[in-house]
Design a protein around this ligand. Structure first.
Ligand SMILES: [Ca+2]
Ligand SMILES: [Ca+2]
Ligand SMILES: [Ca+2]
Ligand SMILES: [Ca+2]
Length: 387
């Protein structure tokens, strides 16, 4: 071997060693579609991930460098991973994120005026990107018309939550956050809304250089109105597929002024040309699917949706529900319109022989509705079309 050949050989062996050490470190799993399991109990929101609902849930990694500051990222500079589950009873996503960051840079002061309150991505912040109907597309402004640079036609087509906190003291947790996004109609008329109210429970704890974020997240569809969020609240149900990614902005220089972000890490691979597209475009978001609880999977030997039928559907008059599975006990039935408003609810006892009942929707206006059946560890939903 020449000197150059042997140098290449040593590099190659080194690459193999690194490759196999990563491949064998099977503590995290990055799936194409992240499966979020239904859980029956909420965690205690204290920034400690020892709750029952987190047990047995796989970690997902935040390991893609979307914006690099320097060539390599040592482990002490940053590692990130998260778990996601959901609660049908509370109708929220549940997220546990564990971030290692050598220097925590906080101090951001919120202001809805972008010329004063801008720059939040230059602090240490956790980001959640969510597109509840997986539509993709731009989500910056409520632009009208068809110019190429109007940055979308609906700011709430997807949300990009930038979660900002003042770092807690060593060994303690904080429960207050600011959640910035962009809304408005154009770059000359835009605001920074604070969407902290979309996070009903929130905690972030510091243990050395490990920061544990534990929170719930309500999900809203794209007809969201900030003055009345509940109208657009989405009813989470098993089988629902959403656009979802997480990211972390890492700055390690608390003394600089103005602040400037170093690295930017994400949970999904993005092409180089779209390395920083998530904040404005939902096309590159990852995917999360809501799954029934593990105990329900065992209880239900058939496909859940095959057992839950609404007929006739589409319907011009009265419709009926038929539900067959092994569940015995109380089932809560609710029907929602396209805006998420509850238009009918009842609760029934189901025996093991199945459930069949009328759904009195014949006086409702025509359109799309969703029927949700909630039982102990399982939430089933079906779309109904009324003419
Ligand atoms: Ca906890
Ligand atoms: Ca760092
Ligand atoms: Ca959307
Ligand atoms: Ca940092």
């Amino acid at each position: 071997m020449t000197f150059n050949q042997s140098k290449f050989f040593i590099l190659f062996i080194g690459y193999l060693l690194v490759y196999f050490s990563i491949a064998s470190a099977d503590t995290t799993v990055q799936e194409d579609t992240v499966k979020a399991t239904l859980v029956s109990t909420l965690p205690v929101f204290d920034g400690i991930g020892d709750d029952t609902c987190w047990q047995g849930i796989k970690w997902q990694t935040i390991d893609q460098v979307w914006i690099p500051y320097s060539g390599t990222v040592p482990e002490k500079d940053f590692t990130g991973r998260f778990k996601i589950t959901w609660s049908g009873k509370e109708n929220v996503l549940l997220i546990l994120a564990e971030i290692t960051d050598d220097v925590f840079v906080d101090g951001y002061a919120y202001n809805s005026n972008p010329s004063i309150g801008g720059g939040y991505p230059n602090y240490d912040i956790l980001e959640i990107f969510i597109d509840e109907n997986k539509s993709g597309g731009l989500h910056v402004f409520d632009g009208t018309g068809s110019t190429a640079n109007q940055w979308g036609s609906n700011a709430e087509n997807a949300f990009s939550y930038h979660i900002v906190v003042n770092g807690p003291k060593e060994g303690s947790a904080i429960t207050k956050c600011i959640v910035c996004d962009i809304a408005g109609s154009s770059w000359s008329k835009y605001t920074i809304p604070n969407f902290a109210k979309h996070f009903p429970s929130f905690a972030m704890r510091k243990t050395g250089t490990r920061y544990t974020w534990e929170f719930s997240l309500a999900v809203y569809h794209d007809a969201y109105i900030d003055s009345n969020p509940e109208v657009s609240r989405v009813n989470l149900a098993a089988g629902k597929l959403m656009g979802f990614s997480m990211a972390y902005c890492d700055n390690d220089n608390p003394d600089e002024n103005p602040k400037e972000r170093d690295n930017f890490f994400g949970s999904v691979w993005v092409p180089e040309k779209a390395y920083n597209d998530h904040w404005m475009n939902a096309d590159g978001f990852g995917k999360v699917m809501l799954m029934p609880g593990t105990s329900s999977v065992k209880q239900t030997t058939h496909l859940p949706h095959a057992d839950f039928r609404i007929f006739p559907n589409p319907a011009t008059s009265e419709t009926q529900i038929s539900l067959k599975n092994q569940f015995i006990g109380e089932i809560k039935i609710a029907v929602y319109d396209i805006l998420g408003r509850e238009v009918y609810k009842t609760s029934v006892l189901k025996s093991d022989s199945g459930l069949q009942m009328r759904l009195p929707l014949h006086n409702r206006p025509g359109g799309i509705y969703f029927c949700v059946a909630r039982m102990q560890n399982l939430v089933l939903s079906q779309k109904i079309v009324l003419y």
